[in-house]
Design a protein around this ligand. Structure first.
Ligand code: CDP
Ligand code: MG
Length: 888
């Protein structure tokens, strides 16, 4: 019986010849460990122990048994040189008491589930246990996946620090960046990164252990990974290169994993880590504020700070913009810098520090060279007009985010400087720069109270020390999809009971705490128990394409922890067939058979190329088609811009003062003017909003992508930086897929020629094929509500071009749109004009063709000697007559 796979023979013998000093040193360590919880040795187990090792009193295990099975096997123990303070802090973590139980379970089972309250030490300690037990020796890697980028980065830093190892050994990899080296032993990554690795190497041969962390979050990629790994682990076993799978989760609903026969044939052992949790008193609001929870949150934090004893405050809001807005209000109410004694340690906040940070950030992201001066129109800026408020550091770096502050910035009477104790306010959300995130783990400057305003990242992924008060708005921002139409929207809704309880639990980590819920207990009673897993709530075409590229053809049979609804699977396969990513099933046979066939179509060569791009299938198709006519740099830019969404600042928000109203008006006018300029004249105009994206990115890059340029032109600085990164990344991806493209991010991305604009329109049509809309013709106008409206194949209701679109007034007959958002009406965003004769050529799966001979008589082409005939067609579902196509 190999109880300790993952450790190769070579090292076992190495370990057996370890020096005596080594041995003693480790023995000392081992003796130090708490062994009180060790299993009592069973008689038959004792009899297996070789005679010379037989303990004299079998019931009392000798201290050597502190390491798994040392008697049957020499212990492989890789020493870690921790600082005494670190070691002391570690020993306080509840999970340390379970080390033996955990390691024994892992040694004896290929798959283990570890459940434990947030903060019990799962993420930071389990990788260390494995490292010490030799799972990262001889080129093996311990991989840990996180659903959030914040956690991947900060946990790798934390573990490196605890183990006294460099970032070369404990590294991270997230979508845009990483510090993995050849020496990496412990690798934190986002779940999407591991999925991509499975595509390259299905057996993940370099990993000895994969830990899926935060499995309770049930992110789509986590779910898929668990499904895939449930198959990879037995395969590795068969190949005699065993790999361990460890699923870690907060104490929530593990039955989806354990009681799922399709997933694991035998239920894996579950190890429960009991965390010390101090009691948390939950206070409900009498009344539930329906709109202004941000304002309510502000008032509550102020009250706590003024009236309650010391202890950190953690406030939960729903999004980045709200977080910043509340931070700003709190800083105004309890100014920190004012009360600051010179040189009291909070150096990060000084202006020089910020500008240095910004500079370094700029340097890091300046991978794209500048763009030709004359190529992009940049309107002259009247410097004197600039009237920017002094901004706080965070906003400076975060750029101009939508400000959802509802305009009630006025402080309540007496709130301004009531407390003598300054409040040390820090924001925390996923996309915050790692340097800024790290601040929440450090103790606040002496004489201040820590107050963290966070999104739900602070719910389970990160444990912030010293929190005594939690303020929970009860809301969460979620993306909603309409399955039938694909219309998506972000909505703020009530969270689940499980999440609310998690949030409350953050208050009782170090001492008894309090949680203030800004809603009534009746409202809480109506919350769902758990949020349904993400996979059941969103379209899955991207996942299906990834799975098909892994040769998983029958996606319905895939062992999903919770399977997506069958109609979502069918819709995904239909879209992929229409995009040409999957091979179309033969159109013969009965409907039932056809439907069945549609759920097991193999991937096409085009699909394989598409799957290699890290973007949604619609965009991947655009990239795949763009090699022609040197369109790639433009498509990469358009796709990056569409992925990032919302390039422009929102000016429709309510203003606080008349002065601000005027300012917003002025800005808005300027943006409209700029958009018109960027949309260009003639041919380029027809590319519509996508041309604006190209123009904006081009002009911004020419200007060096500065916050000033963005501010002046109403662009979101953060979005522009993100686009720049994505452009670089997609360029690399394209180069690796088609090495002969020889693409580099063109230092002079000149505006596209008229011909290129036309190709781009066709490329966009080919990718967004199911997002076509046609303007209602005068003679079809039945009802006033259809005036200037468009009809789409998917919706019965009229849709309109968004007023912010440059095509709003032009109303072309046929358009494609990036997405429909529903506000007062259904609005199309990201609109381009297309020509109807392109449709049957570029999107044949969406067209029903007549018989070739039924339409204009065949014509003879003297140059090619071919006879061409014509095929008329109609567009699916809506029956629009399309121009005939010539076929040979
Ligand atoms: O994964 P789990 O929620 O079980 O706990 P963890 O993330 O491993 O955190 C264990 C402890 O390490 C917590 O008490 C955190 O406060 C602490 N920690 C820290 O002090 N600094 C970090 N950067 C990360 C964790
Ligand atoms: Mg964790």
């Amino acid at each position: 019986r190999r109880l300790d796979p993952g450790v190769e023979d070579q090292e076992e013998s190495d370990a057996s010849v370890r020096s005596q000093e080594d041995e003693d040193e480790h023995k000392e360590e081992l003796v130090k460990m708490d062994t009180s919880h060790l299993d009592v040795v069973q008689p038959d187990e004792v009899s297996q122990i070789p005679a010379n090792n037989k303990p004299t009193v079998p019931q009392v295990p000798p201290p050597q048994r502190a390491r798994p099975k040392p008697s049957s096997k020499p212990a492989v123990f890789i020493p870690v040189d921790r600082s005494p303070e670190m070691q002391e802090a570690r020993l306080k973590l509840p999970i340390l008491a379970e080390e033996q139980v955990i390691m024994e379970a892992i040694n004896e089972n290929p798959i283990v589930i570890i459940c434990g309250e947030t903060g019990s030490g799962k993420t930071t300690q389990v990788p260390q246990f494995l490292y010490e037990a030799g799972y990262a020796s001889s080129n093996g890697i311990i991989g840990i996946t996180e659903p959030r980028r914040v956690a991947a980065v900060s946990m790798s830093q934390r573990v490196a620090k605890e183990m006294n190892l460099s970032h070369r050994e404990v590294s991270y990899q997230i979508r845009y960046e990483g510090n993995v080296t050849d020496e990496t032993k412990i690798k934190f990554m986002t779940d999407g990164v591991l999925l991509k690795e499975i595509q390259k190497d299905f057996l993940l041969s370099r990993y000895k252990v994969i830990i899926i962390d935060e499995a309770h979050e049930r992110s789509v990629y986590t779910d898929i990974l668990i499904g895939l790994l449930s198959r990879i682990v037995p395969l590795r076993e068969k190949k005699r290169q065993p790999m361990k799978l460890i699923v870690m989760s907060a104490t929530l609903r593990v039955e989806d994993f354990t009681e799922n026969k399709r997933l694991f044939s035998a239920p894996p052992p579950v190890i429960q880590v009991d965390a010390r949790q101090f009691p948390v008193t939950v206070h409900f609001n009498k009344r539930t504020p329906f709109d202004d929870y941000s304002g309510e949150c502000f008032r509550k934090v102020c009250k706590i700070h003024r009236m309650l004893p010391p202890g950190g405050i953690l406030a939960f809001l729903t999004g980045q913009a709200e977080v910043h807005s509340l931070c700003r209000r709190l800083r105004k109410a309890f100014p920190f810098r004012k009360n600051k004694v010179e040189g009291d340690g909070d150096k990060e906040d000084t202006v020089e520090e910020i500008s240095r940070f910004k500079k370094s950030r700029r340097k890091k992201t300046m991978t794209l060279p500048k763009i030709d001066l004359d190529s992009y129109s940049v309107m002259p800026v009247d410097e004197g007009d600039e009237d920017r408020e002094a901004e706080t550091d965070d906003e400076d770096i975060a750029g101009s985010d939508h400000d959802l502050d509802l305009g009630d910035d006025e402080m309540e009477e007496g709130e301004k400087s009531d407390s003598s104790l300054p409040l040390y306010v820090l924001p925390l959300y996923s996309l915050l720069a790692p340097e800024k995130q790290a601040k929440v783990f450090r103790p606040p400057p002496p004489g201040t109270r820590l107050c963290i305003v966070a999104t739900n990242v602070a719910e389970t992924s990160l444990t912030i020390p010293g929190i005594k008060y939690v303020v929970d708005c009860g809301k969460v921002k979620k993306r909603f999809y309409d399955k039938a139409t694909g219309v998506s929207s972000f909505r703020v809704t009530w969270t689940s009971q499980a999440s609310a309880n998690q949030r409350a639990g953050r208050a009782g980590r170090t001492e008894p705490g309090h949680c203030y819920r800004l809603y009534s207990s009746a409202v809480f009673g109506d919350f769902e128990k758990f949020s349904p897993p993400e996979i059941t709530r969103r379209p899955v075409e991207d996942l299906i394409l990834q799975m098909k590229s892994l040769n998983i053809e029958k996606t319905v049979n895939f062992p999903f922890p919770t399977p997506p609804p069958t109609d979502a699977l069918v819709a995904a396969e239909e879209l992929l067939i229409a995009l040409g990513a999957l091979q179309e099933p033969p159109k013969t046979g009965r409907l039932k058979e056809l439907q069945k066939a549609k759920l097991s179509c193999p991937i096409s060569p085009l699909g394989t190329v598409m799957a290699s791009f890290p973007v949604a299938p619609r965009y991947a198709k655009m990239l795949a088609l763009s090699k022609q006519y040197d369109c790639l740099p433009y498509t990469i830019t358009i796709v990056s811009a569409m992925t990032v969404r919302e390039l422009f600042e929102e000016f429709d928000r309510p203003a606080v003062s008349e002065e601000e109203t005027e300012k917003l008006k002025g800005k808005r006018a300027r943006v409209v003017q700029m958009q018109r300029i960027w949309a260009g004249q003639g041919a380029s105009q027809k590319l519509g909003d996508l041309m604006v994206m190209l123009g904006a990115v081009g002009a911004c890059e020419y200007a060096g992508c500065t916050p000033q340029f963005c501010e002046t032109n109403g662009l979101r600085y953060k979005a522009m930086v993100e686009i720049r990164r994505l452009r670089g990344q997609l360029t690399t991806a394209v180069n690796s897929v088609c090495p002969d493209a020889g693409l580099y991010v063109d230092p002079k991305m000149k505006p596209p020629t008229a011909a290129q604009v036309t190709y781009l329109r066709q490329i966009v049509l080919a990718g967004l094929g199911d997002h076509i809309a046609r303007r209602i013709q005068a003679e079809e106008l039945l009802d006033e509500k259809w005036k200037n409206a468009y009809k789409t194949p998917l919706l019965d209701d009229p849709v309109f071009i968004h007023p912010n679109s440059v095509l709003f007034k032009q109303l072309p007959e046929f358009v494609v749109y990036q997405e429909i958002v529903e506000t007062t009406k259904m609005y199309m965003k990201g609109v381009s004009a297309i020509e109807p004769e392109w449709i049957p050529v570029l999107l044949p799966p969406y067209c029903h063709f007549g018989k070739p001979m039924e339409y204009p008589p065949p014509s003879y082409c003297p140059e090619t000697g071919k006879i061409k005939c014509h095929r008329p067609s109609v567009f699916y579902r809506v029956g629009w007559q399309l121009p005939a196509v010539e076929v040979d």
